[in-house]
Design a protein around this ligand. Structure first.
Ligand code: PAF
Length: 286
């Protein structure tokens, strides 16, 4: 049986331990999460295990990245299950703080990564990326990682965090790993737990929409609207669904483009019933 990671609730205590680990010359790999771990998170932990002497996971459902009408209270949680899964991936330590330990009374500092946070999830979820950037910078200061690993399903988040680290000279390497999918193509997400059986079937339209656009890209299509239309044509007929956005943007800056001159990112956000799912794919010349 793999050993369960040691759970540390206190950010101050974990920071002390990590500064000591650094002083011993140990390399720290870090995977920040909001828990309810799935195979996507485990792929990050396994890669982190290869890249660090000490592997740290954080489990914190961060209130500052949820809007007032969002699913903070019903966000799925399973600490015992998470620790068992984290153990199987060789995790050494799990930071599991209470909200008051992260945001004590009087808290008032926020990180705003401006351009790349605009549009897409940034517009649909006002304040979301300020909450993400703030908590991740705090977690970096607590965990002191040499390398931090994120899934590229949350692609805009990844680009926001890359920009933050570059702009604020944060000494951490950001590694983005590919989306992990179920056998039938559904991108793994903690929010898949909300889907009923029929919705689960309808949700497969997201990966089919990507495939339709990918086929157009492979056939030489470089017009952003035409690639978006190929994806929309798959998504629009799906019963009980509502497209939030389907957008092809520059893969690095996430600026709007009309025609692909370099790598682009096709990003989808679609409500299946009440559940908002995201998916995406980068198309490049490689
Ligand atoms: O991707 C997530 O799970 C969260 O946004 C993160 C990066 C852990 C910050 O709360």
């Amino acid at each position: 049986m793999p050993t369960s990671p040691e759970v540390v609730a206190s950010p101050v205590e974990l920071q002390r331990r990590m500064l000591e680990a650094r002083a011993r010359g140990q390399r720290i790999a870090f995977v920040p999460t909001m828990g309810y771990l799935h195979e996507g998170h485990l792929s990050l932990l396994r890669e982190g295990r290869k890249r660090g002497d000490v592997l740290v996971l954080s489990i914190f459902v961060n209130p500052t990245q949820f809007g007032p009408s969002e699913d903070l209270a019903r966000y799925p949680r399973d600490l015992a299950g998470d620790l068992a899964k984290a153990a199987s991936a060789g995790t050494d330590l799990a930071l599991v703080p209470e909200p008051a330990a992260m945001y004590p009374d009087g808290y008032q500092t926020y990180v705003d990564v401006r351009e790349v946070s605009k549009g897409q999830c940034g517009d649909r979820r006002p304040g979301h990326f300020v909450g993400v950037a703030t908590v991740v910078l705090k977690l970096f200061n607590i965990v002191q990682p040499h390398v931090a690993l994120f899934g590229d399903k949350d692609y805009q988040q990844l680009q926001v965090l890359r920009r933050m680290v570059a702009d604020l000279d944060v000494p951490v390497e950001i590694v983005g790993l590919p989306i992990v999918r179920e056998a039938d193509g559904l991108a793994m997400s903690s929010r898949n737990a909300y889907l009923g059986p029929e919705e689960r079937q309808h949700a497969l339209a997201l990966s089919r929409a990507l495939a339709a656009a990918r086929a157009r890209w492979a056939a030489g299509e470089r017009d952003a609207r035409a690639l978006e239309s190929a994806a929309r044509a798959v998504l629009e007929p799906v019963p009980g669904s509502r497209i939030d956005y389907v957008e092809v943007r520059d893969a690095e800056t996430l600026r709007s483009i009309d025609h692909a001159e370099r790598a682009v990112r096709l990003s989808l956000a679609v409500f299946i019933g009440k559940t908002r799912l995201i998916d995406g794919e980068t198309f490049s010349w490689k």
